[in-house]
Design a protein around this ligand. Structure first.
Ligand SMILES: Cc1ncc(COP(=O)(O)O)c(C=O)c1O
Length: 376
């Protein structure tokens, strides 16, 4: 009798839960006993532990990564008439947040190798209306922040880092999310540091911004029942904070395991006619460390590879099939059509393979063999 090979998911959240089951079950039981469900001691402790891990002055929990970006836009007082430069090769939330405050997203193309914002293109897109840049550390590959910072300084612009996919990644030896004015994180379950539901966080070294971020996430209130602006109900949930506290001590190991998987894929696929992701950022002379939220290659034969993987019960995904300047919802927010041929080509050719810390070598080999057969 021939046995059916095991299905391989994009990410295996059950295994991670089982590894930490005792601690997670106990901390959840404790929350239920304490009944401090909103802004309890776990939220406070997680914020402090995160700030310490990231080496940033303020880490403020919020409801999700989209809200983190929105809160950042509000705290920086971005609004109508302001232009915000960002990448079209990202999840829609990056641009939604710009639209929420009535600002205009200005898309510039990406670097073909890092898949991140091209600094030269950013420079060329700056106008008198530009107020902020939103670099996205896409797939966990850190943007080269030094030239972006230089540009921001020269033109008096804010930098909001979208770190939804890059928790624990280093850029020039600093944690992503701590270089710009505000860093925005997501704890969506499949993220490198994932909750068991939605969760997010904003980080800053600026005391005044931290006070405003705090205010906006709590109904625009700095003092209980005194509301100076219209804010939001965007708090990090106590149960999610308790779970995240269990996972945070393991994040470096998780990210190291993701790098192991990526390096192994690169080794096994190196002779194939595909463009593989970079294992380290080329432009950086000081340590820049990716965390491989996704392992994304580029191929002219995507459908063939997808079909072969699907036949083998191996998951794969296209992140993202349509660049944001081609999304109808976002086109309504734009004032001009950008030229982003690299993003468009990448959207047509990108394919992400399964990656998670627990992915074993035999399975990586099986996935790589399937890709190889599809291309032969
Ligand atoms: C690049 C990027 N930005 C923002 C977000 C939004 O995060 P959340 O889903 O927690 O709202 C995501 C999440 O998928 C993301 O990948």
């Amino acid at each position: 009798m021939s046995s059916v090979p095991a299905a391989v998911p994009m990410v295996d959240l059950r295994q991670q839960y089982h590894d930490l089951k005792d601690g997670i079950d106990a901390c959840l039981a404790d929350v239920l006993e304490q009944t401090q469900f909103i802004m309890g001691s776990n939220v406070q402790a997680f914020e402090a532990e995160c700030a310490s891990y990231l080496n940033v002055k303020h880490a403020i929990g919020c409801a999700n990564g989209t809200d983190a970006l929105h809160l950042a836009m509000r705290a920086l007082k971005l609004g109508e008439g302001d232009e915000v430069i960002t990448t079209p090769f990202t999840f829609i939330a990056t641009a939604e947040a710009i639209a929420y405050v009535g600002a205009t997203p200005v898309f510039v193309d990406i670097d073909p190798n890092t898949y991140n914002l091209s600094v030269e293109k950013v420079q060329a897109a700056i106008t008198a209306k530009t107020k902020a840049i939103v670099p996205v550390h896409i797939f966990g590959t850190p943007c080269d922040m030094a030239p972006l910072q230089a540009l921001a300084q020269e033109h008096n612009l804010f930098i909001i880092e979208d770190c939804a996919q890059s928790f624990g990644a280093l850029t020039d030896n600093r944690q992503t999310g701590t270089v710009g004015h505000i860093g925005c994180f997501s704890f969506f379950p499949s993220k490198n540091l994932g909750a068991f539901g939605d969760g997010g966080m904003v980080c800053t070294n600026d005391d005044a911004l931290a006070a405003d971020l705090n205010m906006y996430r709590s109904h625009g209130s700095k003092e209980r029942y005194i509301h100076s602006v219209v804010g939001y109900n965007s708090r990090l949930d106590e149960m999610q904070a308790a779970i995240l506290r269990q996972k945070l001590p393991h994040i470096d190991r998780y990210n190291q395991e993701r790098r192991r998987v990526a390096a192994r894929y690169n080794e096994l696929l190196s002779d194939l006619p595909v463009q593989l992701p970079l294992l380290t950022a080329p432009e950086s002379e000081t340590p820049s460390v990716p965390v491989f939220h996704q392992y994304t290659l580029l191929t002219d034969h995507r459908e063939k590879i997808q079909a072969a993987l699907t036949a083998e019960h191996i998951a794969c995904a296209v992140y993202y099939p349509i660049p944001l300047h081609k999304q109808v919802a976002i086109q309504n927010e734009m004032t001009s059509q950008p030229s982003c041929p690299v993003s468009e080509s990448h959207s047509e050719r990108c394919l992400s393979l399964p990656i998670y810390p627990e992915l074993d070598d035999a399975t990586i080999v099986r996935i790589a063999d399937t890709v190889r057969r599809a291309l032969s």
